[in-house]
Write a protein that binds this ligand. Structure first.
Ligand code: AMP
Length: 341
């Protein structure tokens, strides 16, 4: 039960905009799984966030199941943790509207990710502008009734989390204390996994160039090929220097994440790139193989997967409901909607 795990909840969302990659697994999924017995963990597939840019409906539905199956295969325990699909819990869009009426246009427009993603596009979906406010709803719904929330965030989400805090503070000031201010949980060192063929950019599941992206479901020979072809530099010595030597440092970061030891220490164990790359490939394959075996079993039984997701959705709705009801009441909406609460 919630109380036996203290009042802190940890909330993580995964956008089904592509196949999950090694950065998702090492920096977000594995730490979440490792922490789930110490902190009440809520993990959701952010399917509505995937609607903010051009998308293929069939692929979105397939990726939603795929991401859920990967989270389970990676060890997320659906009995201990809450695993759900964002759109299955209508409280998220319910709270979104209340928070859209609390945030301002200027605040949304200032988001760097909005400007980056909208830049050069002929048409920009309105939801791309407002999605950080949906993200606020995703988090704040679980930050009511005496519960703190921590949110693991990469550096690029820092501005969004600040907006979430600003909106929560404003709502509390205007309408009465409703939401606890969420805390960002910074990933440990080595947690930013870079693209193997372009190590100055983050490894991303939506990158159309896939040579440097290790997908969680890549077969072992593909993983090995991508790692062995990773861009390093002309200086064939192994040393950790993320700014000057991003390629080799990224390989050390990956190995450090898998082995749970500092990348700088690992650097001393290697004198050539070839041996380092071979060990990185072996280590990554050793992590992926059991996960892929479990994934195959889980993914082959969509009825059971849907049952797990439905149960998680009901549990999330029970946790979110009282917070949404309190927020609705404080902002002046009458209780008594049809079909909910
Ligand atoms: P997303 O892929 O945007 O749905 O992100 C899901 C989670 O994975 C977030 O916590 C991201 O910060 C994290 N993440 C995604 N890519 C990387 C990466 N290359 N290195 C570290 N963390 C990542």
């Amino acid at each position: 039960m919630d109380t036996s795990q203290g009042s802190t909840r940890r909330v993580s969302g995964f956008k089904p905009t592509g196949h999950l990659q090694l950065g998702n697994l090492l920096a977000a999924i594995r730490p979440m799984v490792a922490g789930q017995y110490a902190v009440r963990t809520l993990a959701f597939i952010a399917d509505q966030h995937a609607l903010t840019v051009a998308h293929d409906p069939t692929a979105l539905a397939a990726l939603t199941r795929e991401v859920a199956a990967i989270l389970l295969a990676a060890g997320l325990d659906p009995v201990r943790s809450v695993l759900f699909v964002q759109s299955h819990v209508p409280a998220h869009t319910g709270a979104h509207y209340l928070l859209e009426s609390t945030a301002t246009y200027g605040e949304a427009r200032r988001m760097i990710q909005f400007r980056d993603k909208a830049d050069g596009q002929e048409t920009v979906r309105l939801s791309l502008l407002t999605y950080p406010v949906l993200m606020a709803a995703d988090i704040l719904l679980y930050a009511g009734a005496g519960h703190d929330v921590e949110v693991p965030v990469g550096a690029d989400q820092g501005q969004h989390l600040e907006l979430v805090r600003t909106v929560a503070r404003r709502f509390n000031t205007r309408y009465g204390e409703t939401f606890a201010l969420p805390r960002g949980l910074q990933p440990g060192s080595g947690a930013r996994i870079m693209d193997l063929s372009d190590p100055r950019r983050k490894m991303e599941k939506t990158n159309p160039v896939t040579a440097g992206v290790v997908f969680v479901l890549d077969p072992p020979d593909v993983v090995r090929r991508k790692v062995m072809r990773a861009v390093t530099d002309a200086d064939n010595t192994v040393a950790y220097d993320a700014a000057a030597r991003p390629g080799v440092s990224n390989l050390l970061d990956i190995l450090g994440c898998v082995r749970g030891c500092p990348a700088t220490e690992l650097a001393r164990e290697y004198s050539t790139y070839a041996r380092l790359k071979a060990d990185v490939a072996d280590a990554v394959i050793a992590v992926l193989e059991p996960l892929q075996r479990d994934f195959a079993g889980i993914h082959a039984d969509p009825a059971e997967l849907d049952r797990v997701l439905a149960a998680g959705g009901e549990q999330a709705a029970r946790l979110a409901g009282p917070t949404l009801a309190a927020a609705r009441q404080r902002i002046g909406l009458l209780p008594g909607r049809v079909g909910e609460l």
